[in-house]
Design a binder for this molecule. Sequence first.
Ligand SMILES: NC(=O)c1ccc[n+]([C@@H]2O[C@H](COP(=O)([O-])OP(=O)(O)OC[C@H]3O[C@@H](n4cnc5c(N)ncnc54)[C@H](O)[C@@H]3O)[C@@H](O)[C@H]2O)c1
Length: 340
Amino acid sequence: MKKNIFWKNKNIFISGIAGFVGSNLAKNLVENGANVIGLTQNKKINSLLYYENIDKKINLIIGNITDKEFLKSIFLKYKIDICFHLAAQVEVGSALKYPYLTWETNVRGTYTLLEVIRENKKKIKSIIIASSDKAYGDYPLKSLPYKESYELKPSFPYDTSKACADMIAKSYASKLYKLPIIITRFANIYGSGQLNFTALIPDVIRSCILNKKFLMRSDGEAIRDFIYIDDIVELYKLLAKNLYLYPKKYSGEVFNAGTNVKYRIRDIVKKIFIYTKKENQLKNVFKKIKNNRTKGELSVQYMDYKKLNKFFGWKPKYRFSKTLPELINWYRKYFKKNNS
Ligand SMILES: NC(=O)c1ccc[n+]([C@@H]2O[C@H](COP(=O)([O-])OP(=O)(O)OC[C@H]3O[C@@H](n4cnc5c(N)ncnc54)[C@H](O)[C@@H]3O)[C@@H](O)[C@H]2O)c1
């Protein structure tokens, strides 16, 4: 990896650092010489952060993103230059079951953090708020890919919680409070280090590698876009750095990112079965899915990167044909060490 001197000795706060995106971002920033300060709620989760001992190279803080006094003490102790807000309750199924917890974490967590930053005397130069493509809500296929100017009109709990956090962030970026904020709305992210097996790709790969029965939750017809974690880490760095250097130019901006490729869920499942040489089992997987219905999930979602390309010349580097074989190998190694 080419080192980027911009990050050397900068104090970077990442909320949700033990999560999939947070741990990959932390790994990269540590390699670039940054001082990383990371918050996570629970130490006892499967995470790349512990698997690759990244936790030993950062200041890891365990606590709740909704605890204002606790957050205040972190921002008083460390002179934070850049903040990535990634902490969230991200499971769509859990959100349906436990909407209150989802509002608390995703909505209260966001305004608590931004309020602490606003009240803090040391002015942070760059804040990235992770919203999501799900914040847009239900749009017909003919209106996709989403544009950043589209109205947010979600109805399911996770989607609504992200839209609320998104709007709160906009308010803090407005003329009223002038915090330097960029909001990101990304498609589904996949890649090494995703150890939450409620997500589709890790779930399918695990079933194939460990010879476990794979149960499709849906009829497989939903359309999604998937973007690789290495693209996302580079993109987060690009956005945070530009906002730091040119706050007036970029503050308040919203950026979508996806690959602009539409995948049917069942085609992703098929690809993984083929790459893991389990295609003879596909028939069984697809046999009974016709009547499967998922509650509380959108049927069509995909994103492009037009605005990002216009602003920064950015485009995604990775495609499934390159990433899937490498990713499957990564999980094979992981399961050799942790047969879960
Ligand atoms: N992964 C994706 O496909 C994707 C796509 C678009 C947007 N996003 C957004 O990106 C962000 C990161 O996603 P991820 O996949 O890494 O999620 P993740 O679930 O892997 O990580 C979330 C992290 O938040 C922490 N957290 C949860 N509740 C907390 C609380 N109350 N206090 C402190 N920490 C808490 C968890 O401990 C974990 O470290 C989220 O905001 C998510 O909504 C993710």
